[in-house]
Design a binder for this molecule. Structure first.
Ligand SMILES: NC(=O)c1ccc[n+]([C@@H]2O[C@H](COP(=O)([O-])OP(=O)(O)OC[C@H]3O[C@@H](n4cnc5c(N)ncnc54)[C@H](O)[C@@H]3O)[C@@H](O)[C@H]2O)c1
Length: 256
């Protein structure tokens, strides 16, 4: 599917990997709807890139009704939806047995709810809207891109909640692609290594330095624009389906 004149919903599109995707898709002629909860960032991006190219709807992806409303807004503003990119999510660190107490159950549930259930929530409702499309020349109606993490494969100490959420996204990818194949919608996942986004930049040096050491070539953290490049390729390549692609400079995370 070409990017030009396509309508793209990007959760977490107001920061980091989602923001880079917003910028890349707009630069290539797509119309973007940002689904996020960071009003200030989102509005600044809309002002900068132009309200005719990017619009914003405050949407908590963990809830059902706000995502239903966001899909209605996309239909109202742009008429249809071709691509959904799930970038909203966050990290969390705690050992199963901490010094003071066991891992808080509510914290574990929150990370699963945001990173995994939120992704599924957007995927199912985006697919419903995409299914109304007539389809491209090759029949394709839509493309969904989810964001996992290499921690979904090799989570570090203290990452049980995060790893479980991202392994869930990875595990769901092939099933979702099979499930939505009869609707001509492709589903792929990107598993990023470490990227220089606000999420990582706020981490202390004792966390960042060993991770930087594990990068191979290029021996640096990823640039968010490199995530945008891969998301665009997934949309453009019609034979890519049901796959999780690592984007990590060949790094493998160590236990700590
Ligand atoms: N940065 C990295 O190194 C890295 C590595 C691997 C995976 N990831 C994953 O990539 C995704 C994006 O990470 P990032 O680094 O760009 O983070 P970020 O914090 O820069 O951006 C996340 C965005 O999601 C939004 N958001 C949070 N909760 C939300 C909710 N309930 N509803 C709607 N929007 C919500 C935030 O407002 C923010 O704009 C996350 O899922 C993260 O786990 C990031």
């Amino acid at each position: 599917m070409e990017l030009k004149d396509k309508v793209v919903a990007i959760t977490g599109g107001a920061s980091g990997l989602g923001e880079a995707s917003t910028r890349h898709f707009v630069a290539n002629g797509s119309k973007v709807m940002i689904l996020d909860i960071n009003d200030d960032n989102a509005k600044a991006i809309c002002d900068e890139l132009g309200d005719q190219n990017v619009k914003y709807v405050n949407t908590n992806i963990m809830e059902e009704q706000p995502v239903i409303d966001a899909m209605s807004k996309i239909e109202e503003e742009f008429g249809k939806l071709h691509v959904a990119i799930n970038c909203a999510g966050t990290g969390y660190g705690a050992r199963i047995l901490g010094k003071e107490a066991p891992h808080l159950l509510d914290h574990f549930k929150f990370i699963i709810d945001l990173n995994l259930v939120g992704t599924f929530n957007v995927m199912r409702l985006a697919a419903q809207l995409m299914d109304k499309n007539e389809g491209e020349e090759n029949g394709e109606k839509g493309v969904i891109i989810n964001t996992a993490s290499i921690a979904g494969y090799e989570g570090q100490i203290g990452q049980s909640a995060y790893t479980a959420s991202k392994a869930g996204v990875i595990g769901m990818t092939l099933t979702a692609a099979r499930d939505l194949a009869r609707h001509s919608i492709r589903v792929n996942t990107i598993a990023p290594g470490i990227f220089d986004t606000p999420l990582m930049m706020s981490a202390p040096d004792k966390v960042r330095d060993p991770l930087l050491e594990s990068t191979q070539f290029p021996h640096r953290f990823g640039q968010p624009s490199e995530f945008g490049l891969l998301a665009a390729h997934i949309v453009e390549n019609p034979y890519l389906n049901g796959e999780t692609i690592r984007l990590d400079s060949a790094m493998r995370m160590t236990p700590r």
